[in-house]
Design a protein around this ligand. Structure first.
Ligand SMILES: NC(=O)c1ccc[n+]([C@@H]2O[C@H](COP(=O)([O-])OP(=O)(O)OC[C@H]3O[C@@H](n4cnc5c(N)ncnc54)[C@H](O)[C@@H]3O)[C@@H](O)[C@H]2O)c1
Length: 370
């Protein structure tokens, strides 16, 4: 199979979809790899590293899109890339379509077979390609909050952990899945008073068992309204598979929050849970919201730790890339439930029920069209 790797163009996105070590394994199995010039540089891989294992370096993203059977990316195609989408190359990347009607329309109109990393799953409950990036974003969130609070970064000059005599900050984590679990662990390590909210008691139990000083609370509007006004930092890691995130942090709740409360909406890639907070970028990550509170809403947080994130991503995606390359897409769709569940768009149809529902667009089951 001819496999194309694009250079990411999203703001501060330095990850690359395939590292030379994994490219070598595919080349050994007689596949061909076209990689865009400088695609790996931000993650620490030069063009020479790719050339030395047998990849072809291509200067033109259009050529890669139109001459590859499988196109690998990290982030969703941006508007300037829509013109390259086509019906011949399969697109395998993070898509997060529930919050992106424009991209959904572009993929439908170009008749692209689009497989979303975040949808690959055996049971639609566990997401092996979302998990490593969520782990990274969860670990980054408290670190980002700590930096934001430092004086030289324009912050108030507050230490999360306080001191023996000065109380630590209160940190709420909404959603105790992969993002939440990891954010809780790091927040706890930084010495914060940590509160985790989830609707799934098994997630809360796991957190309590691992770190018994973390307080866990059932996530209801009543409980959030009661506890969030005490928080200095709020990290949102809610996920409802495939769907847009619920707007839990309503304007009413925001009006009750502490002055200078800092909200990190990790779930912004699925639309986010903070009313009136739109995606921001690494260049300008924090916006001031009403009532003197602040919001951080960067949809590609792992992009700032590209070496770790690229390796973690490749470890997760490679078995699926290899499977599609070796078996072909039709075989993969019929025999690999994880890849089957990953398909969001096929033959001008939305094949993810959650995406279709979130966008108010028609859904068609993939089994009816393959
Ligand atoms: N911004 C970024 O760079 C970035 C990076 C990685 C992941 N993410 C996003 O972070 C989000 C979380 O991912 P994850 O892998 O941790 O998901 P996950 O499925 O592991 O965890 C989500 C948790 O949310 C809980 N939940 C659902 N509804 C809730 C509610 N009303 N209140 C409280 N909890 C609720 C679920 O029970 C689950 O425990 C996803 O949208 C993911 O795409 C963003």
């Amino acid at each position: 199979m001819i496999i194309g790797i694009l250079k990411e163009i999203k703001n501060h996105e330095n990850r690359v979809a395939l590292i030379p070590e994994k490219a070598k394994l595919l080349l050994r199995q007689n596949h061909q790899i076209l990689i865009e010039k400088n695609a790996g540089v931000g993650a620490g891989y030069s063009d020479e590293n790719y050339l030395s294992v047998g990849c072809k370096i291509i200067n033109d993203p259009k050529f890669i899109f139109f001459n590859s059977e499988l196109v690998l990316k990290v982030k969703e195609p941006l508007e300037s890339e829509y013109k390259f989408l086509n019906s011949k190359s399969i697109l395998f990347t993070y898509l997060h379509l529930a919050a992106n009607k424009k991209l959904t329309a572009a993929l439908l109109s170009k008749n692209t077979l689009a497989i979303a990393y975040e949808s690959v799953s055996t049971d639609k409950r566990n997401f092996p390609l979302l998990q490593p990036m969520s782990e990274i974003a969860g670990k980054l969130a408290p670190q980002i909050a700590a930096n934001f609070l430092e004086k030289q970064n324009g912050g108030l000059g507050i230490l999360i952990g306080g001191t023996e005599k000065i109380p630590p900050l209160n940190i709420a984590i909404i959603g105790g899945g992969t993002v939440g679990y990891n954010a809780a662990k790091i927040s706890n390590g930084l010495g914060g008073n940590v509160f985790v909210f989830d609707i799934d008691e098994s997630k809360l139990q796991k957190i309590r068992e691992d770190q018994n000083n973390i307080i866990t609370i059932f996530s209801s509007n009543k409980n959030l309204t009661k506890h969030l006004p005490k928080m200095d930092i709020i990290i949102n890691g809610i996920y409802i598979p495939g769907a847009t995130a619920p707007k839990i942090l309503t304007k009413e709740i925001q009006a009750k929050l502490k002055q200078n409360c800092f909200i990190i909406d990790v779930a912004i890639d699925q639309g986010g849970s903070v009313e009136n907070l739109s995606p921001t970028s690494h260049d300008d990550p924090v916006v001031s919201l009403k009532n003197n509170i602040f919001g951080y809403a960067v949809p590609n947080m792992p992009g700032i730790v590209p070496q770790t994130a690229t390796k973690a991503l490749n470890e997760a995606t490679f078995p699926y890339i290899e499977y599609i390359a070796n078996k072909g897409i039709q075989y993969a769709l019929k025999n690999n439930i994880e890849i089957f569940n990953g398909v969001n768009i096929y033959k001008n149809n939305i094949t993810s029920e959650a995406v279709a529902k979130s966008l108010g667009m028609p859904y068609k089951s993939l089994s009816d069209i393959i």
